[in-house]
Design a protein around this ligand. Structure first.
Ligand code: GLY
Length: 446
């Protein structure tokens, strides 16, 4: 059963917008993860070596969690982001060594742990060194990992260059080598690269986001008074997994009534009532990349007049920010656009002061392998960057919180909303909710 699930996940096409029956299973090594987009990963390794000029880079994979010691449900294996970015390989405890000598010769070596058949009976089949690994990863030199040999190889690589030895975590360096004084952190270089997504990253992100917008639609079709927040969460996360998502990119936030005003509420235990809004801030993770899309809907299927006026103000604030997205603009400038829109257009909706005082978080964050992805926020936008645009107003005295969040790709000409599939206007949301066969009341608790 488990193997069948894994094969289905492996076979899911990265670029397709709609889930169809999986094509033929392409995985020959189930435990090895999804097929590697070989050329894209090669291009990333070359781009990294271009950036460092000369030197050596060592990147370590994540380790398998110890389920006896840790909280089991939070510890399925997830590859280290930097290692995954450069290899696409989902094998635990692997290492990558890249080097450029002073005369420009490049070398890339992948080290994979020796396979252990009795351990694999517990943890599943792993990718070992050998011809299969070369073919599946596109890396010509794949060696069996022996830490002593790795240390020796690092020494040799370092002796062939006058450049630094870069590591993703220099404080965790292995052993004591002649290179100790030349250690540098490669993370700032990789973070800069990760800010601009290549076509493979965008295809995977589109899939994660598509799954998430489908989950929003499923939630809109089922939300009703009497339902518990966790039941809506279950609808959402069922949709994620049913469509091949690997996990949630962050704990699902399903906050109704007073909980809609709590930014990172993820307890999800309240029973929802007619007249409530429910704020759903959710993201499926697929292929190591996560979506992050928020919609706020009326539990009863129809916004009240008060909810409508606040909702439309948030929606129009988002539109103003979106229309300002283009290469060269900074995230801080977009945030300012949103705040000044609120300052100018609140009328008396929030009393004598502008509604801006209820916008208590930033407008945007980078999105990618992490929900708050890596990258410098002072950099101007470039085509290929992906960020969220998420204005929100939170008025605890009215139990009223509204956030509208989309995932946006910066293009040459402006922007593309990647999460366009999730209904967003009042008309779209009410129409979907009212045309579905949602129960009008009821819900069963624990
Ligand atoms: N979507 C959760 C967050 O951005 O913090």
């Amino acid at each position: 059963m488990r193997v069948l699930i894994v094969l289905t996940l492996l076979a899911a096409p990265l670029t397709a917008q709609a889930p169809g029956p999986p094509p033929e299973a392409v995985a020959e090594l189930p435990g090895a993860g999804r097929p590697v987009a070989i050329e894209a990963h090669q291009a990333r390794r070359n781009a990294l070596l271009d950036r460092i000029g000369i030197g050596v880079v060592v990147v370590r994979a994540a380790s398998q969690s110890d389920l006896e010691r840790l909280v089991v449900q939070d510890n399925d294996f997830r590859q280290d982001d930097y290692f995954f970015y450069l290899t696409g390989v989902e094998t635990p405890d692997a290492w990558l060594l890249l080097s450029v000598t002073d005369d420009g010769a490049r070398d890339v070596v992948l080290y994979l742990p020796k396979r252990n058949p009795s351990r694999e009976q517990w943890t599943g089949r792993k990718l070992g060194s050998g011809d299969d690994a070369v073919r599946l990863t596109g890396i010509d030199a794949v060696r069996e990992l022996e830490l002593d040999d790795l240390g020796r190889d690092i020494d040799i690589a370092v002796s062939r260059t006058s450049g630094p030895l870069y590591m993703t975590d220099p404080a965790r360096e292995i052993g004591a080598g002649s290179w100790q004084g030349r250690l540098k952190n490669v993370v700032p270089i990789l973070d800069r690269m990760r800010l601009v997504k290549d076509s493979v990253e965008l295809a995977v992100l589109r899939r994660a986001i598509y799954i998430t917008t489908e989950a929003h639609k499923a939630a809109m079709r089922t939300a009703h008074p009497g339902m518990y927040e966790y039941q809506l969460e279950a609808t959402i996360e069922y949709t994620f997994r049913n469509m091949g998502a690997d996990r949630v990119g962050f704990p699902s936030i399903v906050g109704s009534g007073p909980n809609s005003t709590v930014l990172h509420y993820d307890v999800n235990r309240r029973q929802m009532e007619d007249g409530d809004l429910v704020l759903m801030d959710i993201g499926a993770e697929y292929g190591q990349y996560t979506a992050d899309v928020t919609r706020t809907i009326p539990v009863g299927g129809q916004f009240t007049a008060r909810q409508r006026e606040i909702y439309n103000l948030v929606l129009n604030t988002q539109r103003a920010a979106l229309e300002s997205i283009r290469p060269g603009v900074t995230v801080r400038e977009l945030d300012q656009v949103a705040r000044s829109y609120l300052a100018r257009n609140s009328g008396n909706i929030c009393g004598t002061q502008s509604c801006e005082r209820y916008f208590i978080h930033g407008l945007s964050h980078w999105l990618g392998m992490r929900v708050h992805d890596v990258g410098d926020y002072s950099l101007p936008l470039e085509p290929g960057m992906v960020l969220t645009i998420e204005p929100g107003l939170y008025i605890p005295s009215e139990d009223l919180g509204i956030r509208i969040e989309d995932d946006v790709r910066v293009t040459e000409a402006g922007y593309e909303i990647l999460s366009i599939g999730a209904p967003k206007t009042i008309e779209e949301i009410e129409s979907l909710m009212q045309s579905s066969s949602r129960p009008k009341t009821g819900g069963s608790g624990p």
